[in-house]
Design a protein. Structure first.
Length: 327
């Protein structure tokens, strides 16, 4: 089963061709990060316009790189939520048009479900999984009992983890996106220098807004503090909290495997601590390559294969849902 997947929920225009929900034949991602860096964050209107410009060349590239044409496809899938409404509409409209042209089913895919399943691309994972999905828009702990079966165990009560990285980085004058900048700077800092608070609002929920405020207050009171120490101490407070939640989630579901997903899964300290947690608790761990952590269309095509078998095609009059949740 050969599926073309399309992803346009935020600031990446992506298309991929995946066989049988597992084998990546091509995966093309065109990032708009330079466009949005000028504004210090994603501007929805600009994102939609850029998707319109990029969608056809990106789809063409993905088909060409896989060595296939529309006639070879068994389905066309697109992310239909959650995300920015105008951005989602570009990918969904393109996918429907291509499905009509190729006379194959259209499949609408939940972005969060796709992130949770990205680990199955070119890999086998022992279930149940405890997945920590941390991006600029989401902080979720998810139990995946089997492929396609999701249960949300916890989330953030305020900012997403990536949002916290981006806001603190902006305050520290490190630019956008902030996560990679803080990660790099933290390598030269002392993570025990400043005891920032670890919020524990509920067993499996996370919170970052208090931490962000604490960083701002600390830096205003101690302008001489080395910025690398602030970055390292902030990062450690975020990672402490995330790893603590993941440990609780893993215990709660008897997880066989710990999995990270989302852009913040690129964080070197989070990867290190997650691997250590797995080793200490005798679980397997899957730390996806960066290209699978961040937004991509291979994960959309992979999830579409599961949904197509379970639920059949998505009607062509189905819309997008910017606030779509997960199971
Ligand atoms: O998944 P993603 O590419 O886009 C969505 O938000 O959907 O995630 C982007 C987020 C940004 O907030 C960025 O600052 C963060 O992931 N990020 C990182 C790192 N690399 C990217 N955060 C911490 N450490 C990193 N190395
Ligand atoms: Zn994402």
């Amino acid at each position: 089963m050969l599926i073309l997947g399309i992803e346009t929920s935020c600031d990446e225009t992506a298309a991929a061709v995946v066989a049988d929900g597992r084998v990546v034949h091509s995966s093309v991602v065109s990032s708009q990060v330079d466009l949005h860096a000028r504004y210090g964050g994603v501007v929805p209107e600009e994102a939609s316009r850029a998707h319109v410009d990029l969608i056809v060349p990106v789809v063409r590239d993905a088909l060409a790189a896989a060595g296939v044409t529309l006639a070879d496809l068994d389905a066309v899938a697109a992310c239909h939520g959650p995300g920015l409404a105008g951005a989602l509409l570009v990918g969904v409209s393109a996918a429907k048009a291509l499905a009509l042209a190729a006379d194959v089913p259209y499949v609408g895919v939940n972005h969060l479900e796709a992130h949770c399943g990205a680990g199955w691309l070119d890999h086998d994972l022992a279930t149940p999984l405890a997945v920590l999905l941390v991006s600029g828009g989401h902080t979720l702990l998810v139990e995946v009992a089997a492929r396609g079966e999701h249960r949300v165990l916890g989330s953030t009560v305020d900012d997403a983890a990536g949002e916290a990285f981006d806001k603190v980085a902006r305050f520290l004058g490190l630019g956008y996106p902030g996560g990679p900048a803080i990660d790099r700077l933290a390598a030269d800092g002392d993570r025990t220098a400043i005891a920032f608070p670890r919020a524990m609002p509920g067993e499996l929920d996370a919170s970052f807004s208090g931490l962000k405020t604490a960083v701002v207050q600390y830096v205003r009171a101690h302008p001489e503090a080395p910025v690398a120490d602030v970055a390292a101490s902030f990062q450690e407070a975020v990672v402490d909290q995330l790893v603590d939640k993941l440990a609780r989630a893993a215990d709660a579901v008897g997880a066989a495997t710990l999995v990270l997903g989302g852009g913040v899964a690129a964080n070197s300290r989070l990867r290190e601590r997650t691997a250590a947690l797995a080793a200490a608790t005798g679980r397997e761990v899957f730390l996806p390559p960066l290209a699978l952590c961040t937004d991509n269309a291979a994960m959309i095509a992979a999830a579409a294969a599961v949904r197509l078998v379970a639920d059949g095609p998505t009607p062509l009059d189905a819309g997008v849902d910017p606030n779509l949740g997960l199971g």
